[in-house]
Design a protein around this ligand. Structure first.
Ligand SMILES: [Zn+2]
Ligand SMILES: [Zn+2]
Length: 165
């Protein structure tokens, strides 16, 4: 979606808000099984002392497969974005600056870029997911297995010492 900023572009203190659902149906992420709530972007562009600042919250609810244990879980996506909209890139180092197209800004470019970056992170059913045992395939969140290979190396050394006695 393009947002029309002509009403605030030269008016410090001005604000334009938006609330829409960017179309990301063409994007495919391996971990996503099902979209439970579509991607939604809510926020505003404000003219703060002559600088156009975009602030948005993006959210979505997805059923995903955990990268470690493969269990399905509900991924609550919530992300806050802040970006500066400018007529030219004065500071090329700063990637949070987006170019205006006349009086318009391309919201999709900003929102979907942030979304894709977020989706590039790991999908875990919980941050400390123990995953599957690489030997027997047991889900280690449910029960510990008896595979020797899972003992941490320091303990293995200790065990070896005890066995040698
Ligand atoms: Zn998991
Ligand atoms: Zn095992």
């Amino acid at each position: 979606m393009r947002i029309d900023l002509h009403e605030i572009i030269n008016i410090p203190g001005g604000s334009v808000s938006f609330d829409y659902e960017p179309d990301v149906s063409s994007l495919d992420f391996h971990a996503v099984i099902e979209t439970l709530e579509p991607l939604r972007a809510k926020g505003h562009v404000r003219n703060i002392a002559g600088v156009l600042v975009l602030e948005a919250e993006i959210s979505s609810k997805l059923r995903c497969a955990c990268d470690r244990c493969a269990a399905a879980y509900v991924h609550d996506l919530r992300l806050n974005i802040e970006a500066v909209l400018a007529e030219e890139l004065s500071d090329e180092e700063n990637s949070d600056i987006y170019l205006l197209d006349g009086d318009y800004a391309d919201l999709d470019e900003i929102i979907i870029t942030a979304y894709v970056l977020e989706m590039g992170t790991k999908f875990l059913c919980k941050t400390d997911c123990k995953g599957l045992c690489h030997k027997c395939g047991k889900n280690l969140n449910e029960a510990q297995c008896t595979c020797k290979g899972d003992i941490n190396p320091q303990l293995a050394v200790l065990e070896q010492l005890l066995m040698d006695k």
